[in-house]
Design a protein around this ligand. Structure first.
Ligand SMILES: C[S@@+](CC[C@H](N)C(=O)[O-])C[C@H]1O[C@@H](n2cnc3c(N)ncnc32)[C@H](O)[C@@H]1O
Length: 265
């Protein structure tokens, strides 16, 4: 099922308005592929008719489905291990005096947030700590709350953590893992759009993971997101970005400590 250039442009404009991400013209086949099933499920005979219906704005639920389909949610446990190694070292050298809060600011389906939680449970045990995950996409937030994952997503997880914090699925759940309840209770997920004002009760964090999301934005949008996000970072807190996402040429009050690790400048 193909889509006219006009329909594609309408989708691009709508998606940019909601998410801040501008889809390049080369993404047209990908957009067609991702929206095809939604069009069929909505009973529309063509993608153009589906987009036409979408643009009438009569169904916010349909719009949410489209946003979910167009976001790229690739993630896995213990991705970019340097950040986890740094955090473990830092916690050993600077045991926190009060509650320790970490934000996974584009958490996708939750693997990053639960990886952080495993490390905090290991380093801080019963001391007060929590992890908050947020994402634009409602469907990944629901997946994160379920905490049930295909085993292969955990292939970079230390064996000791797998044994301690994950339950191996049996029967119909074979090949999957469930994050242990005690860990799940310290991790919460909610929807938040980094392009818009953040929830007023989000609070301040000791560490913010803002990884593999800035790549989708141009420099001005990136700067706006980072300054909004670091408004929630404690004075001596750390910001982690993806290793492919340099903040070097943005005019922000941040100091690089190591590649992809920053603190207030
Ligand atoms: C590639 S995943 C990164 C997941 C994880 N941080 C990691 O590094 O593995 C990017 C996530 O950013 C989310 N995202 C994209 N635009 C966003 C926005 N404007 N606000 C919040 N989240 C957004 C997507 O829904 C997606 O789940």
């Amino acid at each position: 099922m193909g889509m006219s250039d006009a329909s594609f442009d309408a989708v691009v404009t709508m998606f940019e308005k909601v998410s801040g991400i501008r889809l390049a013209p080369v993404k047209k086949p990908l957009v067609e592929g991702r929206l095809q099933r939604l069009a069929v499920e909505a009973g529309q005979p063509s993608l153009d008719r589906y987009v036409e219906q979408l643009m009438r704005g009569e169904s916010p639920d349909e719009l949410t489905k489209v946003i979910d389909k167009l976001t790229t949610n690739e993630t896995y446990f213990f991705r970019e291990p340097q950040h986890f190694e740094y955090l473990a070292r830092w916690l050993k050298e600077h045991p926190p005096r009060g509650p320790f809060r970490v934000w996974s600011a584009a958490s996708s389906s939750g693997e990053e947030a639960y990886s952080i939680a495993m490390l905090l449970a290991d380093q801080l045990g019963q001391r007060p700590w929590e992890v908050v995950g947020t994402d634009l996409s409602t469907s990944v937030v629901e997946t994160a709350r379920r905490a049930l994952y295909p085993m292969e997503r955990a292939r970079h997880t230390p064996q000791a953590y797998l044994k301690r914090f994950c339950l191996r699925g049996q029967g119909e759940y074979s090949g999957q893992l469930l994050i242990q309840r005690a860990l799940r209770e310290r991790v919460s997920f909610r929807c938040a759009n980094l392009m818009q004002p953040l929830p007023s009760d989000l609070g301040q964090f000791d560490v913010i993971f803002l990884r593999n999301v800035l790549i989708y934005f141009d420099a001005p949008a990136k700067a706006r997101i980072v300054s909004r996000v670091i408004g929630h970072l404690h004075d001596h807190g750390h910001l982690f970005t993806g290793h492919a996402e340099s903040l070097g040429n943005l005019d922000l009050r941040l100091r690089a400590i190591q590649p992809a690790i920053y603190t207030h400048g």
